[in-house]
Design a protein. Sequence first.
Length: 348
Amino acid sequence: MKTSDFNFDLPEELIAQTPLERRDASRLLVLDKATGETAHMHFYDLPKLLRPGDCLVLNDSRVLPARLLGHRAPGGGAVEVLLLIDRGEKVWECLVRPGRKVRTGAKLSFGDGALTAEVTEVLENGNRLIRFDYEGIFLETLEKLGKMPLPPYIKAELNDPERYQTVYSREVGSAAAPTAGLHFTRELLEEIQAMGVRLAYVTLHVGLGTFRPVKEDEITDHEMHSEYCMISKETSDIINDTRKNGGRVICVGTTSCRTIESWAAEDGTLKESAGWTNIFIYPGYKFKVLDCLITNFHLPESTLVMLVSALAGREHILSAYQEAIEQRYRFFSFGDAMFITDEIKDKR
């Protein structure tokens, strides 16, 4: 299967640059994964599409203010550091710009010296290992000095950093938001619970590999990035009970999907689990746990558009995307949403 099979033309003006004032006012394209039938709703209509006994699986990871702006010390040029992975002992794997001037041994300073650092190694992929030096708690230092690491296709400034966090985020560690969850309000979650739908939380710390395009012609030649994820016993019990009792497991976002599919046994059961996953889901994959998916609209030729094609079929997905473009839906992180379901009912 070719990477080009997952390409589509997207007008640049449909790439959402800012979030809507009201989170759940986003539009919602509903797609029947079996037939390709579609319906157009709003995200606040989601309860109409759920059933008592269903379960929503949500990723509770919280985005680090991981973008640091500083300079090479002493008195050097400007430098931008993006924290990717905590390697322990104050060492982080980072993306650095301009990379050619930040070599092993380079010393960096941020916030007038409140945070200093030294590059200890240049990795094969071009990332740097950087050891930081600071007083107190690192996360508190980041809250003061760091900026939200918005995706490269978002050029506008974000006035409220909390709009790039889900309302249920709690486990700090992502370099990007699990954006399908950005549409939920606390009130909507309460309404969903009140109708008999259970909420189950997983954690997957989103890496920047999420935005990395597939460069190989054959999708099977693509090397998937690794991300750390966790499933608690409480969550595995909820999901197992849901399946046992005939309810649907509905993942909110591709990150939640990748987490439960990574740790599921062949019979679809889950248990408490934690570790790194590099699962790559593309057409031909047989889902073990997931029944339905709430997701945003993804980049052309990305691993994420391949994942949703595995669930609903490439032709159905590309047709739905074309319909979304014609209907002027907003795309990507701050854009509108899609619900890939097993049937469309009560759609008005």
